[in-house]
Design a protein around this ligand. Structure first.
Ligand code: GLN
Length: 456
């Protein structure tokens, strides 16, 4: 813990930690030492970690990287962070992210973006750590903490993990409780670990999961011992390669990485088969209808009364002006865009044309996966992202759809509620990390982690 706190002090330029809690951390580390001395050490006893700012942490600022939650000190701890504390983990502080987890580059953060510790071999351009869990990615990659929590609504664990060369798993929807995590799109949001390797991910995921009466969508299934499932044996497994993920204009190094990944799995004894997920091309548009629709509803609670920021009002301003001014000041541009899109697609005149249609597409996407799993496919291998980390500012203020295209390989997994993992898989020509993604059957994270081990 002391070593990490020191590293954090020297890493302000990364802007990964947005609230540091060194006193709390040292106190918990001492308590962990005492437990270890008594021979009573739970799985994560004394391990220093970072927590994404989206998680409510009791008495510690939890702002979802938004000005509208400025100064918000929760009176409760999220179930996932409580589970980690119960497992002995030491929280070093809160980690940067895109505002309300909306973004793929960390540039929508009210704190300013976190920075990727990697640089291209041939220039010194500062790169994005990805998003929305960009602070988590940057902190783990730069050794500021041993691991971090992330959340993933459309790729926010897997894309930043790929951009900094670490491992990140989004478990099956319902595996982790969403209670106490600031809601973005409730039918898609899941928490998960971002770690140095697959074994750490297995240990940390087990500590994070629980069935929770406070989240009606959390599962009653028992939490497996994921680490014990890491045998390294994947003989006889069938891995599907979906042809629809071979996008036009895919860089050849991504293509080569994908082929190499398939070969590694084959060498480890798996059978590689070509599969088809025919509705893949509708995933991104469906996601960017459903996620904003749910966000517009979830974000209605930020009204200037119940949380954080309230705008200064002029003489004669009424309640409408208070809402309008507070939300105009408190929400950043991307969040406002999502609220407007979401409100539009849910409005009486357009509900059937957009929201309902997107829900039907979602069902078809889910069925695509069910069909291939029914044919005996155990896991699906794809690239994690369409490119390596891009430069900060390169996509900002460009067409927002360009940014949304980053999520092309990841959103299907959230729409279908499946577990997905990104693992580092090599470097591109410029020396930047690239990741591969494995998608698993529902509730079979143990198997998925074990398959991912074969890619390490
Ligand atoms: N980049 C996607 C979005 O902006 C995904 C974000 C996430 O998974 N939280 O919605």
């Amino acid at each position: 813990t002391e070593a990490c706190l020191k590293a954090i002090e020297g890493a302000d330029a990364l802007n990964a930690f947005v609230h540091k809690t060194p006193e709390i951390a040292l106190e918990r580390a001492r308590a962990a030492d005492a437990r270890i001395a008594q021979g009573d050490a739970p799985a994560m006893c004394g391990l220093p970690i970072g927590i994404k700012d989206l998680f409510c942490t009791k008495g510690v600022p939890s702002q979802a990287a938004s000005n509208i939650l400025k100064g918000f000190l929760p009176e409760y701890e999220s179930t996932v962070s409580q589970n980690l504390l119960d497992a002995g983990a030491v929280m070093l502080g809160k980690l940067n992210m895109d505002e309300f987890a909306m973004g793929s580059s960390n540039e929508t953060s009210a704190y300013g973006n976190a920075v990727n510790p990697w640089r291209r071999g041939n220039d010194d351009t500062a790169l994005t750590p990805g998003g929305s869990s960009g602070g988590s990615a940057s902190a783990v990659a730069a050794d500021l903490c041993l691991a971090a929590t992330g959340t993933d609504t459309g790729g926010s664990i897997r894309q930043p993990a790929a951009f900094v060369g670490i491992t990140g798993i989004k478990p099956t929807y319902g595996r982790c409780s969403r209670w106490g995590i600031v809601a973005f799109a409730s039918s898609l949001d899941q928490a998960g670990p971002m770690t140095k390797d697959v074994r750490d991910a297995a240990i940390m995921l087990e500590a994070m999961c629980s069935s929770d009466p406070k989240d009606s969508t959390s599962t009653d299934l028992p939490v497996p011992n994921f680490e014990a499932m890491l045998t390294g044996d994947i003989r006889g497994k069938t891995i599907g390669i979906p042809k629809e993920y071979r996008m036009d204009g895919m860089p050849d190094e991504i293509e080569a990485l994908w082929t190499r990944g398939a070969e590694m799995l084959k060498d480890a004894g798996a059978k590689i088969v070509d599969i088809s997920l025919p509705h893949t091309k509708y995933a991104l548009p469906a996601y960017y209808v459903i996620a904003p629709a749910e966000a517009s509803s979830n974000l209605a609670r930020y009204d200037g009364v119940r949380y954080g920021h309230r705008a200064k009002l002029a003489q004669g301003d009424g309640i409408t002006e208070m809402y309008e001014k507070t939300r105009a000041e408190g929400f950043g541009k991307e969040v406002q865009r999502r609220v407007m899109v979401g409100t539009y697609v849910l409005s009486a005149g357009f509900y059937d044309a957009y929201y309902n249609r997107a829900r039907k597409v979602r069902t078809l996407i889910k069925k695509d996966f069910e069909d291939v799993f029914a044919q005996g496919v155990d896991a699906i291998l794809t690239p994690a992202t369409p490119s390596a980390a891009f430069g900060l500012g390169e996509m900002q203020d460009a067409d927002p759809v360009q940014m949304y295209l980053n999520d092309v390989f990841t959103v299907t997994v959230n729409l279908a509620g499946l577990p997905g993992i990104a693992v580092p898989a090599g470097l591109d020509r410029q020396g930047l990390p690239l990741g591969l993604q494995l998608i698993g059957r529902p509730w079979e994270e143990g198997d998925l982690l074990n398959t991912a081990l074969a890619l390490e």
